[in-house]
Design a binder for this molecule. Structure first.
Ligand code: ADP
Ligand code: MG
Ligand code: MG
Length: 915
């Protein structure tokens, strides 16, 4: 609710009204907080000499006063101030408000600081009554026009001021109903076909409906009309639509709206009149073309109402070349003045052009980037401004595969939309449904395109995810396993699609409340940018940037969007201070990340390497071994796999740094679940199924997240570390022998005390030294730790003594810092966010006050001991622009994120440096 803290004394002297009658306005574009966006820009347009119908703005402070004083107004507002402001308009136009001979009509328009399109109310043609309508008819020589205005006004007044507009869209507006009936009686379709007598009849019927439904007569007195309309505008600030919109867009309730009273110009006087809306450039593609629509003989919302099909702005060039040229000129004036793409509203009255609104135009990510770079080339803005204007997330739209939009629309129009989930991994994917990883891989091997559909995913699904074009889950949020891994892999993902009913046994899925069954092998399409799930195939294609960078099927010379992207990235790299690394554990992921500009690997999760082929058997054998000797046998089988993996990864990374995290997850994650799997494994490793079951039982933990995992594994079973370090250093030696320089960074997870790190480091150093002397190759390496336990964060001065680097594992640090399990937070986080307990999901964007503070304390403590201590972040947060900004401010050296987020992080880092 608006809340003004001004006291009564100063309120009396306050200026509440700002005129824009005539050439010079009292306000300007910088006064959006006071005048709202619409009022400020009307003033600005008047100031730069554009044809704006005169008027005045009641400031947002009037709105604040209104809500602070039981919906009353400051003293004298209606008695003297509004009449004085009206008089300026009357004098300017030579008309008088309420004059039966030559009446001034006005519009009363809402307009808050931020644009809230269509959320609040506007009333047109105000000032008409049974007398003034006759005056308008005589003066204009056009009774049809006068009565058309009158019937529009009465219905708008009834809807907006007298509250007759049904809140529920399914119910019919009473005036619409009367109008429809009339048209049916007359056998006509268009409003423009109504004659004077029809319009008169409608006005009478409208007034009657008002009396019947509200018990009030329609006010004939223009002053009363004006007061009613102004109150309705202020009331509309708190209508349900506006409140919902504000919530979604983080607009605070205390801002309030301004209210603009403006002389009417008429687009509905005949065929040399009209009204239109336009963008100074194409808001979808960013192309530098004038993009707009108009209707002749029309008023206000007719253009967007959809009853008559509007015409393309090019058509105006043919029909009204002079007006079109003037609009083109205004387009150029506005762009030079605002140095941005503008969204405008205009009206033509008897071949004369008037500007009714302008604001910075909303646009797609693609358009935002294209327009900014074009405006740089046109000399309108500098490169820093380009970077400031582009929201890092907008880059996503340039990178993802895309649906052919026409095809998608056709699919949805024909009723194929099944459900909508979370847009967890942007992009478009289409393929056949498979409900488990093995089937997905087999299908993929047969050459099918696959969508992996799971209730939720776990590490064993990775291969299946890898084989799939996209992943769809019934449960899990934006940072669920599925979402996280999908983004790292650059896969399309729709997560947490709660209306799906997946039945693994039957091999099918249903949709709650719908009579549809999708069976294994049938096609679906998922849009990870919007969360839509569509039955059947919808055509997709790779984005242009990927066609250049990854497919190498397109020459940059033929790829204008790629060139813009590239230019943007060069500017970003020029200004950013943070290095950008990637989270990757496969050479192909690493290669993609490099083409996106990754400067190293910040997190290689070694456990992902244990799933392929018969590795998982060796891994299981290791876990199930009865003693060290047994474990060593199994580890010896794993060693060559690991070594080859690291070799491939190092090779792909060239001389860029690679941080390898030692084994982290609890061991039971690797074990078989089903009886069949257990029997199969028993045969392979020479144990009985009962023995295996007993071992699985003994590994059971109540809280695996806080159990035997991370560095604890290595402290219990140092031989695991020995194997991993040997694999890392042997791979590095081989790379070095091939003439490439690599300094592996060996990272110990889940450390909470310096002692843990010291014990583990000793094993690492001992192993590394012996491999180096065996091989006779002088490989350098670093040993560091993840900081992901709060105790480690606040004892970082001690831990730094034993570490060459820290990497903030903000996923666990958030879980443990907040005492909140990420995977279980789906139950309550949505409600938490609704109640604004957290502004954003703390697993997506770092909780700056809490978890962020742990990071800053740790950074400071760590560097107090080792000033050059290398600091980075490797949680999922690393690709979140707000987190990147935080990392920049905290003085970290790098952020690490999934490959497809590298460009986003580069841009975010540059923007942070430019703040
Ligand atoms: P919104 O904020 O929902 O866009 P507006 O206040 O811009 O609402 O009003 C909607 C439309 O009404 C405008 O686009 C314009 O066509 C018409 N309109 C508003 N004021 C006037 C006026 N003074 N003269 C003619 N048409 C007007
Ligand atoms: Mg508007
Ligand atoms: Mg962790």
């Amino acid at each position: 609710m608006p809340n003004s803290h001004a006291n009564e004394e100063s309120a009396a002297a306050k200026k509440y009204i700002y005129s824009f009658a005539g050439g010079a306005a009292e306000g300007d574009a910088s006064m959006k907080n006071l005048l709202g966006g619409k009022g400020a820009n009307l003033a600005e347009m008047a100031n730069i000499g554009l044809p704006v119908p005169p008027g005045f703005t009641l400031s947002t402070e009037v709105c604040a006063y209104y809500y602070d004083h039981q919906k009353t107004y400051p003293a004298n507002l209606f008695e003297t101030e509004i009449p004085a402001a009206l008089k300026k308009v009357e004098d300017y136009l030579g008309k008088k408000f309420g004059d039966p001979e030559n009446p001034l009509l006005v519009s009363v328009r809402s307009g808050a600081r931020a644009s809230m399109p269509g959320m609040m109310d506007t009333i047109l043609n105000l000032g008409l009554n049974d007398k003034t309508v006759e005056g308008l008819a005589r003066k204009s020589g056009n009774p049809r026009f006068a009565w058309d205005c009158y019937r529009r006004f009465v219905s708008m007044y009834g809807d907006v001021v007298l509250d007759l507009k049904p809140a529920d869209k399914k119910q019919i507006d009473p005036f619409e109903e009367i109008l429809e009936q009339k048209k049916q009686e007359l056998g006509i379709h268009l409003d423009t076909e109504l004659g004077v007598d029809d319009l008169k009849d409608l006005v009478g019927k409208y007034k009657k409906a008002i009396l019947e439904k509200t018990g009030k007569t329609f006010p004939e007195n223009p002053e009363e009309q004006l007061r009613g309309a102004i109150s309705a505008v202020f009331n509309s600030w708190n209508n349900e639509r506006a409140i919902v919109y504000r919530k979604l867009n983080h607009i605070p309730g205390w801002w309030g709206t301004a209210c603009n009273v403006q002389a009417m110009v008429f687009g509905n006087m005949g065929e040399d009149c009209g009204t239109g809306v336009a963008f100074t450039r194409d808001a979808a593609t960013g192309d530098n073309i004038f993009y707009g629509e108009f209707l002749m003989n029309a008023q206000g919302e007719d253009v967007v109402a959809g009853t008559r099909t509007p015409l393309k702005i090019e058509q105006l060039a043919q029909e009204k070349p002079a007006i079109y040229n003037q609009l083109e000129e205004i387009r150029s004036i506005l762009e030079k003045h605002y140095r941005d793409m503008m969204d405008i509203e205009f009206t033509i009255e008897n071949d004369k052009l008037f500007m009714l609104q302008c604001r910075v135009g909303k646009r797609t990510g693609l358009a935002a980037i294209k327009i900014a770079v074009d405006m740089y080339n046109e000399g309108l803005i500098d490169e820093k401004e380009v970077l400031r204007r582009i929201e890092p997330e907008q880059l996503n739209q340039l990178l993802r595969p895309v649906f052919d939009l026409k095809e998608k629309k056709a699919a949805i129009d024909s009723g194929r939309l099944l459900a909508t989930g979370l847009n967890a991994g942007p992009g478009a994917a289409t393929g056949r449904v498979y409900f488990n990883a093995d089937d997905a891989m087999e299908a993929n091997a047969r050459g099918e395109k696959v969508i992996l559909v799971r209730i939720e995913t776990s590490p064993e699904d990775i291969k299946g995810m890898n084989a799939a074009e996209g992943i769809l889950t019934e449960r899990g949020g934006m940072t669920s396993h599925a979402a996280l891994v999908a983004r790292q892999m650059g896969k399309v993902c729709v997560a947490g699609c709660g209306t799906l009913r997946i039945d693994y046994k039957a091999g099918e899925m249903r949709v709650a409340g719908k009579d549809i069954v999708i069976k294994e092998g049938e096609y679906i399409s998922i849009d990870g940018t919007t969360g839509e799930v569509i039955a059947g195939e919808v055509k997709t294609k790779n984005s242009e940037i990927l066609e250049v960078l990854i497919d190498k099927t397109l020459d940059p010379a033929d790829a204008p969007t790629f060139r813009i992207y590239n230019q943007l990235m060069q500017w970003a790299d020029k200004y950013r201070k943070l290095n950008i690394r990637t989270n990757a554990d496969q050479p192909d992921q690493a290669e993609i990340a490099i083409t996106f500009g990754a400067e190293g690997i910040g997190l290689c999760r070694t456990e992902h390497m244990f799933f392929g082929g018969d590795r998982i058997d060796a891994m299981r054998e290791m876990i199930l071994a009865d003693d060290i000797a047994g474990r060593k046998v199994a580890l010896d089988k794993l060693l060559p796999y690991q070594r080859d993996d690291f070799y491939g990864l190092f090779k792909a990374m060239g001389s860029r740094p690679v941080t390898v995290r030692l084994l982290d997850p609890p061991l039971h994650e690797f074990l078989p679940h089903t009886d069949a799997e257990i029997d199969d494994l028993a045969g392979k490793i020479g144990k009985t199924s009962a023995e295996i079951k007993a071992r699985i039982e003994s590994l059971h933990e109540f809280n695996p997240m806080l159990g035997l995992r991370g560095c604890r594994l290595g402290i219990l079973h140092p031989e695991i570390i020995v194997m991993q370090v040997r694999a890392i250093i042997e791979a590095a030696c081989r790379i070095k022998q091939e003439g490439q320089e690599i300094v592996p960074e060996i990272m110990v997870p889940l450390v909470s005390t310096v002692k843990e790190l010291e014990i583990t480091s000793e094993v690492i150093h001992k192993t590394a030294r012996s491999v180096i002397s065996e091989q006779g190759v002088g490989v350098k390496y670093l040993v560091g730790t993840m900081i992901e336990v709060p105790r480690a964060a606040i004892t970082s001065d001690q831990i730094a003594q034993a570490a060459d680097f820290f990497s903030y594992g903000t996923n666990d640090l958030t879980q443990m810092g907040l005492g909140m399990s990420r995977d279980d937070s789906g139950q309550f986080l949505p409600i938490y966010q609704q109640q604004e307990i957290f502004a954003r999901n703390p697993f997506e964007s770092i909780d700056i006050d809490g978890v962020g503070r742990l990071v800053s304390i740790s950074a400071k403590e760590g560097r107090s001991v080792k000033p050059d201590l290398k600091l980075g972040i490797c949680g999922e947060h690393g690709g979140d622009p707000a987190t990147v900004e935080f990392c920049h401010k905290t003085g970290l050296n790098y952020v690490s994120c999934s490959p497809f987020r590298v460009p986003i992080a580069r841009l975010a880092a540059a923007r942070a440096a430019l703040l």
